[in-house]
Design a protein around this ligand. Structure first.
Ligand SMILES: C[C@@H]1N[C@@H](c2cn(-c3ccccc3)nn2)[C@H](O)[C@@H]1O
Length: 448
């Protein structure tokens, strides 16, 4: 039965406007976590803390005043947003999401509403403006991450248990609204807002406020895209309202995890997975030896899986306290970029193919050209790749994305099953085969 929800979802999803289509076609984005936490980089008074570096303040039980004085060390001599943008461009990302303010409350832009911002660092300049200009110049869409949770702000409350709490949190909400209006006004290039730090009861009790804030921001910036994590409805239900309808414009619950590769439920909506290269470090951590560090191949497989299930993949980078990009991240960007140079046709503008998943890898599909892409991660011992189609479909052609003029050998082995028999299998890297599948009933290419 439908519950009475006044402050739940109000956009018709999935959005099909130009801005959202571009967001969807982008598929691959770069996340950037940069703030004061990048200065200590997970190490405090000579002790390495293995937890996420952006939580060092709590992990090392550092007094807020001590932590906040890191602002005087934020001189970022190596900050070079043009180089950052070039690295991102070469990696093959189409969008970027940067932390304008993380839980620590430090703002990368000169905010009218706080002194705890870039203006009061030795750097002084509007770092965010330089960043937006550099990424926009190379054609990468810019989105802003914003943490509602703000450890620095005196009016932050985890819950509302008294009139004093209520009065303080009202001030915090006004501050939040002011900062967000400031961000979408000062930087009109911004395409989307990525809200975080919205799990506490205080915010879960602010459903009407977050509903009206989403409407206000979308009025100020037509086409603006917000993640589901922004909202709670008036019953405290987050991401999905109390009637189970997704809030915001895409689902953003996949943090450091992906759906099951055969999960069909996620195909019904837009969603994004955000992912760290180490096991769990968003901000810069000096010592990456303390956990598993994902290889470019692991990360490419995640990108392809997300695309195959109608999701975007947002890969995180944590710039160093001095503004440089660490060598390990440069290497990851380079190797992913080399793969994307050859195979990005299977990613950009692609989505699910609605074909039965096989062990060799993932299908993606581009409805504009009707092509189905198979990205192979697992070479079968059989030496042949199995394809299963609906009875009314025929596999007309298979060719390597790198040699589209040559057809690979196809053998139909049943009304629905085919083998693709490559002349040799010695691939050390994931590779893409393009399929041309005709639906005999319509005579057209396979339609999803
Ligand atoms: C996108 C990611 N979300 C932030 C985060 C994660 N968490 C968290 C806190 C407790 C348990 C699990 C996750 N709190 N904040 C991380 O710091 C990063 O910004």
């Amino acid at each position: 039965i439908k519950k009475d929800v006044e402050y739940g979802q109000y956009n018709g999803l999935p959005r099909q406007d130009q801005a959202m289509q571009k967001w969807r076609e982008n598929r691959f984005g770069q996340f950037i976590h940069w703030g004061l936490y990048a200065i200590p980089g997970g190490i405090w008074e000579g002790k390495t803390y293995p937890y996420a570096s952006e939580f060092l303040r709590g992990s090392a039980k550092i007094a807020t005043s001590t932590w906040d004085s890191l602002i005087y060390q934020f001189d970022i001599p190596k900050y070079n947003p043009k180089e950052w943008a070039a690295i991102a461009k070469n990696m093959g990302v189409k969008y970027v999401t940067i932390t304008t303010k993380h839980h620590e409350g430090f703002c990368l832009w000169p905010s009218e509403y706080t002194d705890f911002d870039i203006e009061n660092t030795p750097y002084k300049k509007d770092l965010l403006r330089e960043f937006v200009d550099a990424y926009t110049a190379v054609g990468i869409d810019v989105n802003f991450y914003y943490s509602v949770l703000d450890w620095h702000h005196p009016d932050w409350r985890y819950d509302i248990k008294s009139d004093e709490d209520r009065a303080a949190f009202e001030r915090l909400k006004q501050f939040t609204k002011n900062q967000l209006v400031e961000l979408v006004t000062r930087y009109p290039e911004v395409k989307g807002l990525w809200f975080d730090g919205t799990w506490d009861n205080s915010w879960k009790k602010s459903g009407q406020f977050s509903y009206e804030l989403e409407k206000l921001l979308k009025n100020k910036r037509p086409g603006l895209i917000v993640n589901s994590r922004m909202r709670a409805d008036e019953h405290g239900s987050r991401h999905f309202d109390s009637n189970g309808i997704l809030m915001g414009d895409y689902e953003s619950g996949y943090e450091r995890r992906l759906p099951n590769p055969t999960d069909k439920e996620v195909l019904t909506r837009d969603w994004e997975c955000c992912m760290t290269i180490p096991e769990n470090q968003w901000g810069y951590h000096k010592d990456w030896s303390i956990s598993h560090v994902k290889s470019p191949l692991e990360l490419i497989e995640m990108l392809v899986q997300c695309t195959s299930q109608n999701g975007n993949f947002l890969l995180n980078f944590g710039p160093m306290g001095n503004g440089d990009i660490r060598p390990e991240e440069r290497e990851v960007a380079k190797e992913i970029g080399e793969w994307m140079k050859v195979n990005s046709e299977a990613i950009y503008g692609c989505g699910p193919a609605d074909l039965e998943k096989q062990d060799w890898g993932y299908y993606t599909y581009n409805e504009k050209n009707g092509k189905v892409y198979m990205t192979v991660f697992n070479n079968p011992v059989l030496g042949k790749y199995k394809i299963r189609l609906p009875k009314s479909h025929t596999l007309k052609k298979a060719s390597l994305i790198t040699k589209q003029v040559e057809s690979l050998e196809i053998k139909q082995i049943s009304p629905t099953d085919y083998f693709i028999i490559p002349d040799k299998i010695n691939n050390k890297k994931p590779f893409v085969i393009i399929l041309e599948i005709v639906d005999r009933a319509s005579g057209k290419f396979h339609q999803k």
